[in-house]
Design a protein around this ligand. Structure first.
Ligand SMILES: Cc1ncc(COP(=O)(O)O)c(C=O)c1O
Length: 423
């Protein structure tokens, strides 16, 4: 539940700030984030995993890399999980110490690798034998030692949407667990390579702890196998993937109750399971959550342009499009939609769609919503993760502004793009 975004009476507030006021002042579409929600979620994770001393939380920048959000997250002691030289650059500029940054990614360019080596980041996560060879060559060329983790693919079903499932053997990610032992033996022989850890990331929006448990079991056996070969590692990174609840992010008597509410992972159980399976002397645990930390903090404010009836559908056309928030178009992702000002009304079935020239440009299909008309303001909930970070200029639409609410007041943390920015 999104605790820091809620109704006071019939008006939606982000912390102490009325959402309508923000839409009026900064225009729509508009991303608004609650700083308190981000801190709350991060603290919750840190607390649950404090049962495993030394656990490191590496925030996955891909979820949202707004530098002001990153500053908040780095100030709370998290490290950074990055997937490109660009993300390393942003992480460094946003206060993450180099030693707390990891670089993952199935297709790193030589430029990515050189950037990581020259900035002396904590670890490069390697996903193939060929990549390992290139990292070694680049490290020799630059006179550096590359601290390397091997991303293993444990062939575990994360029970999530196929587009965000990454730990199955048919996925492109990681080194097949049956072959990774050979890669590890190779790594310890290679020039300028220090093998420090094992990594796995099985998918995103995981809502039960059993896939993590299965992955942890495979990693345990793998690490024990390495130990028999005399290879000792000092870090196990279990990746990200902890899911959030998109349905009923906000409850109110004047809103429909959403069906099929997602289950949630109990963090204390997850921490206990990981502790049981993966406690090895001298070996730390790392996690790379993105969505869990930022998703609930964000709401996308948008205005209804038109209400349009066709033969058998009613379309609510809004001024945000799939270019601003792509998750529904990409994975049919569900986001609760709420009016910024609630009034007593009948609910009816509508499609909430954007202005972009694609049939997939929708935020909700056949959704029961309170009555909406031209000019009404609505909020698309739980968009703090994979919202702005996947936004584009498709249809030559300038990207929205981003607002952060912190210490009771709102400030622009990214300006709305202008038409000039498009050229
Ligand atoms: C390697 C890796 N780590 C962490 C994450 C973050 O996942 P999530 O936002 O679900 O926590 C991802 C997401 O794709 C990833 O690929």
């Amino acid at each position: 539940m999104t605790e820091k975004i809620k109704y006071v009476g019939n008006q939606l507030f982000i912390e102490e700030v009325p959402a309508e006021e923000l839409a009026g002042q900064y225009g729509t579409p508009l991303y608004v984030y609650s700083g308190n929600q981000i801190s709350k979620n991060l603290k919750q994770l840190q607390k649950a995993f404090s049962v495993i001393p030394g656990t490191r939380i590496l925030y996955a920048l891909k979820a949202n890399s707004n530098p002001e959000l990153l500053r908040l997250i780095s100030s709370m002691g998290a490290g950074a999980d990055t997937v490109s030289a660009g993300e390393i650059f942003v992480a460094l500029k946003s206060g993450f110490p180099p030693s707390t940054i990891s670089l993952a990614g199935v297709g790193k360019t030589d430029r990515d690798i050189d950037f990581a080596l020259s900035r002396e980041i904590g670890v490069i996560i390697v996903e193939s034998n060929e990549e390992l060879k290139v990292v070694s060559e680049r490290a020799v060329a630059l006179g550096k030692t590359a601290r390397v983790s091997l991303r293993i693919n444990p062939d575990v079903d994360a029970h999530t949407h196929p587009h965000i499932s990454t730990g199955l053997k048919e996925n492109k990610f990681g080194i097949n667990i049956d072959r990774a032992g050979e890669t590890a033996k190779r790594a310890v022989q290679m020039k300028n390579i220090e093998l420090v850890g094992i990594h796995s990331h099985i998918g995103s929006q995981i809502t039960e702890h059993s896939p993590f448990e299965e992955a942890a079991e495979s990693i345990r056996n793998f690490v024990l196998g390495l130990a028999k070969e005399g290879i000792k590692i000092n870090q196990i990174d279990l990746g990200g993937g902890i899911g959030v609840r998109y349905r009923n992010a906000i409850k109110h008597d004047l809103l429909p109750l959403e069906k099929k509410e997602e289950p949630l992972i109990d963090l204390n159980t997850l921490a206990r399971v990981i502790k049981e399976k993966l406690s090895f002397p001298g070996c730390d645990i790392a996690l790379e959550p993105g969505r869990f930390i930022v998703a609930e903090s964000g709401v996308l404010l948008t205005r209804v342009l038109f209400k349009k009836k066709s033969a058998d559908r009613t379309f609510i056309v809004v001024d945000a499009g799939m270019n601003d928030m792509m998750r529904h178009a990409l994975y049919s992702a569900y986001h609760q939609i709420v009016p910024l000002r609630l009034e007593k009304s009948e609910f009816s079935l509508v499609d909430v769609v954007g202005p972009v020239c694609e049939t997939t440009d929708a935020f909700a299909v056949q959704r029961e919503l309170p009555a909406l008309k031209r000019g009404d303001l609505i909020g698309i909930m739980t968009v703090g993760a994979y919202g702005y970070s996947i936004a584009s200029n498709y249809n030559s639409r300038p990207k929205p502004a981003e607002i952060l609410i912190e210490k009771g007041s709102a400030r622009v943390v990214r300006e709305r793009e202008t038409y000039e920015d498009l050229i």
